[in-house]
Design a protein around this ligand. Structure first.
Ligand code: SF4
Length: 370
C-alpha cells in the first residue's frame, strides 16, 4: 500500500512538472491559440508528415481562405488542393475535404465531440481523434504519436523507440502507459506537453535530458538503442573548435569580430569533396575537462560519436591533422559556406550559427535571433 502511494506520488509530481515545463516552454504556434475543433483538426492533419515551420505558414493561409468547416465543404476540390500546396501528401487534403462535406451534409456542420465518434470520419484515425477531442473538449484520451512513443519508450527503458522497430506488443504497452500517465484534469494540455517534449527536448537525436521534466524517473536518460539502429556500426571522431577575436575593419564601428578556423576537404576525396569542416583532432580521446560537447552524427550505416574540443589558436598546429586549405572565417560568412552537415550541426548547437527552424519561430514571436 505504501509502495503504491509512493508510486502515485511520483507520477503526480512528474505530471505537474511536465505541465509546468510546458507552460514555460511551449512554442507559440498559431493552432495553440484556439480551442476551435475545426481549427485544431486542420492543424493536426497538416502536422502529419510535415514540418512545423512549413505548417505555420500554410495553416494561417488555409484558415483565411476556409475559416469554417462549411466554407471548406463548399469549396471546389481544386481550390482545397491549391491551398494545400507545399504541404505534400495531397491525399490528406482530399480526405479533409470529404470529411468536411460529410459533416456539413449529415451533422449540420458540427464536428462530433467524442474521440470515438470522430473516428467515423474519413481520414481521422485514433491519433487525430484523440488530439482533437482532448485539446478542443478536454476529453481524457491519450495521444500517442511518434514523438510520444519515443518519449515513453525512453522513459520506461523499453528497447525500441520506433514503430518500425517495436511491433504491436510494444505499441500496446506504450498506449497503456500513455493512458495511465495522462493527467485526467488537463488532458489537452498534457497531450500537447508530451508531444512538445518529444519534438523539442526528447528528440530522436541529441535529447536534452538536463532540461527534461521527466528526467528524475527516466530509465534511459539519453538516446537508446532501437531495433532500426542495431544494424549500424559505431565510430568515434573528434574535431577542434578554434575561435579568435579580430578587430573590426576601420570602416565599421569599433569592437571585435569573432572568427573560426575551417578546413576545406580535398577536391580529390570521394566523400564531400570541397566542403568545409572543423579541423580534425589528432587524438579522438578528449579529457573530460576539455570536452565542449559530444554528439551523434549518422552517415549511411555509421553512427559517429563525435567529441568537440575547444582549442586555442596557438595549439592548432600540434593538435590537429594536416591537409586541406585552412581559412579563418567570420561567423556570418560561415553560414553561407558549403559546410559539412556535422560542422553545421556543431555550430548550430553551439549557437554560433542560427538554426533556421527555431529562428523562423523566434522571428514570428518577435524575439531576437542569435
Ligand atoms: S530524460 Fe532524456 S531520454 Fe528521458 S524522457 Fe527526458 S529527454 Fe527523453
Amino acid at each position: 500500500m505504501a509502495r503504491r502511494d509512493e508510486d502515485q506520488g511520483k507520477t503526480s509530481a512528474l505530471r505537474a512538472g511536465l505541465l509546468e515545463w510546458y507552460g514555460r516552454n511551449r512554442r507559440d504556434l498559431p493552432w495553440r491559440r484556439s480551442r476551435n475543433p475545426y481549427a485544431i483538426w486542420v492543424a493536426e492533419i497538416m502536422l502529419q508528415q510535415t514540418r512545423v515551420v512549413v505548417v505555420v505558414e500554410r495553416y494561417q493561409q488555409f484558415l483565411k481562405r476556409f475559416p469554417t468547416l462549411v466554407s471548406l465543404a463548399l469549396a471546389p476540390e481544386q481550390d482545397v488542393l491549391a491551398m494545400w500546396s507545399g504541404l505534400g501528401y495531397y491525399r490528406r487534403a482530399r480526405m479533409l475535404h470529404k470529411a468536411a462535406q460529410f459533416v456539413s451534409e449529415n451533422l449540420q456542420g458540427n464536428l462530433p465531440v467524442k474521440a470515438e465518434e470522430l473516428r467515423i470520419l474519413p481520414g481521422i484515425g485514433v491519433y487525430t481523434a484523440a488530439a482533437v477531442a482532448s485539446i478542443a473538449h478536454n476529453e481524457p484520451v491519450a495521444v500517442v504519436d511518434g514523438n510520444v512513443e519515443r518519449v515513453l519508450c525512453r522513459f520506461a527503458g523499453w528497447g525500441a523507440g520506433s514503430r518500425k522497430g517495436g511491433g504491436t506488443a510494444l505499441r500496446r504497452k506504450v498506449e497503456d502507459l500513455a493512458r495511465r500517465f495522462l493527467d485526467r484534469a488537463r488532458p489537452g494540455d498534457f497531450n500537447q506537453a508530451m508531444m512538445e517534449l518529444g519534438a523539442t527536448v526528447c528528440t530522436p537525436r541529441n535529447p536534452q535530458c538536463a532540461a527534461c521534466p521527466l528526467m528524475p524517473e527516466c530509465k534511459t536518460r539519453g538516446e537508446h538503442k532501437t531495433a532500426r539502429r542495431a544494424a549500424m556500426t559505431s565510430r568515434v571522431a573528434a574535431y577542434a573548435l578554434v575561435m579568435r577575436a579580430t578587430p573590426r575593419p576601420a570602416r565599421r564601428r569599433g569592437g571585435n569580430t569573432q572568427q573560426m578556423l575551417l578546413v576545406q576537404r580535398p577536391a580529390q576525396t570521394t566523400v564531400m569533396p570541397g566542403m568545409w569542416e572543423l579541423p580534425t583532432l589528432l587524438h579522438a580521446e578528449v579529457p573530460a575537462s576539455e570536452l565542449r560537447m559530444t554528439l551523434r552524427h549518422a552517415i549511411m550505416q555509421v553512427n559517429y560519436y563525435v567529441h568537440i574540443r575547444s582549442v586555442g589558436e596557438e595549439d592548432v598546429e600540434v593538435m590537429t591533422a594536416a591537409g586541406g586549405e585552412r581559412r579563418w572565417v567570420a561567423l556570418h560568412e560561415a553560414a553561407g559556406m558549403a559546410l559539412t552537415g556535422l560542422t553545421r550541426k556543431v555550430l548550430m548547437r553551439s549557437r554560433l550559427l542560427p538554426s533556421p527552424a527555431m529562428d523562423a519561430i523566434a522571428r514570428r514571436r518577435g524575439e531576437a535571433v542569435v
